[in-house]
Ligand binder design. Structure first.
Ligand SMILES: Nc1nc2c(ncn2[C@@H]2O[C@H](COP(=O)(O)OP(=O)(O)O)[C@@H](O)[C@H]2O)c(=O)[nH]1
Ligand SMILES: [Mg+2]
Length: 353
């Protein structure tokens, strides 16, 4: 029996995880067993924690993208099959990854076609965000992601005043992919998209003609931070205020240093509540899990930051923001895990062009 796999790509913060979690709920309501694969360059991921909380079987590919960690992707898919026998697996590659047709879809079809049926490659384009502040190489990477979509979702369609630009396929004779506005918030387009990924197969399109040097420069221009820690204070405090303060400080430090924000997200767990907030550009704070309950004496946090800055700049900004968010001068924080880096040049396990 084959398991259906839907790869859901798109730039950092374009709405992949939110859509995948909403889709997983709808699929479960339709009677499908669902599994998820999350992916990141580092460890301690907000996305994996969210999927686990949603009680959806999840496998994590950490330490590199699907294309460079293809054996880990296979191991994750296999583990999901063993523990949950899903009818469909939704897989979210790192938001700075592209060339997925050549490095992920084709190898899966060619080498594991008896086990897996590939849905058309879905790519999300956040029409509400402008890429104008990013360097050329990052804009190039973003265009490549959009150019290989077999189905292009204009995400966050509920947001008014769409300012982003529509980007078509790069080569002149290419066929425009179907475009669907979707919103994980209003639900627009989600069922239509599910009908596509359940009912259609990848058409095995041409691989991208992509310049790996520019792709590597784009990855190298992003600073990546994953941190995990705890905060404790003698006097109970608002974990929500801590979260807002942390993000507001990071946002203003990024503005000072001209570091364009790709995605900053933080998951906070108190003894009785969970909060999750994120920023996908300056002024875009959104709460995905909110809780205004009573004050807490402690909380744990997972912080993931991807911005256009060097790892050194980002480390300083994050430490300053964590220090400045302390609820009172006697509060303490403990950092259990802290990694800050720029992704290495992509070196795919397979590239079938
Ligand atoms: N208004 C709105 N916000 C969304 C929607 N989907 C995602 N977001 C927000 O966009 C941010 C990034 O979403 P996320 O799913 O983490 O993006 P990813 O990095 O592509 O996985 C979060 O703050 C989400 O709440 C949507 O359909 N509408
Ligand atoms: Mg995500």
């Amino acid at each position: 029996m084959t398991t259906r796999i839907a790869i859901v790509g798109g730039f950092l913060g374009s709405g992949k995880t939110t859509l995948i979690l909403a889709a997983a709920r709808r699929l479960a309501e339709r009677g499908y067993r669902v599994g998820l694969v999350t992916n990141d360059q580092g460890e301690d991921l907000v996305d994996t924690a969210l999927a686990g909380d949603a009680k959806i079987p999840v496998a994590e590919v950490a330490g590199g993208c699907f294309c460079c960690r293809f054996p880990d992707l296979l191991a994750g898919l296999q583990r999901l099959q063993e523990v949950a026998a899903p009818d469909i697996i939704l897989a979210e590659p790192v938001g700075s990854c592209t060339d997925l047709i050549a490095t992920v879809l084709r190898p899966l079809v060619q080498f594991y076609g008896e086990q897996y049926a590939l849905a058309p490659l879905t790519v999300l384009l956040d029409s509400s965000r402008s890429m104008a502040d990013f360097p050329d190489d990052i804009r190039y990477l973003h265009e490549q992601q959009v150019a290989e979509a077999e189905i292009l979702l204009h995400s966050k369609s509920d947001l008014a005043g769409k300012t982003g630009t529509r980007i078509g396929r790069s080569s002149a004779d290419a066929i425009e992919p179907p475009v669907l506005p979707v919103s994980a918030v209003s639900g627009e387009g989600v069922d239509e998209w599910l009908d596509v990924i359940l009912g259609q197969s990848s058409r095995n399109p041409e691989a991208l003609l992509i310049d790996y040097e520019r792709y590597a420069h784009a990855e190298a221009a992003l600073g990546w931070l994953n941190a995990k820690g705890q905060v404790r204070a003698d006097t109970p405090y608002s974990a929500r205020k801590w979260t807002s303060h942390l993000l507001a400080t990071l946002e203003s430090l990024c503005a000072e240093q001209h570091a364009s924000i790709a995605h900053i997200k933080v998951l906070v767990t108190t003894p009785v509540a969970k909060l999750k907030a994120s920023l996908t550009q300056a002024g875009s704070l959104s709460w995905d899990l909110d809780d205004k309950t009573a004050d807490t004496p402690s909380h744990e946090f997972v912080l993931n930051v991807r911005v256009n800055a060097t790892p050194g700049q980002l480390e300083q900004m994050a430490l300053q923001a964590i220090e400045s968010a302390k609820p009172d001068p006697s509060a303490r924080y403990y950092i259990e895990h802290f990694e800050c880096f720029s992704p290495l040049p992509p070196r795919p396990t397979h590239r079938l062009a």
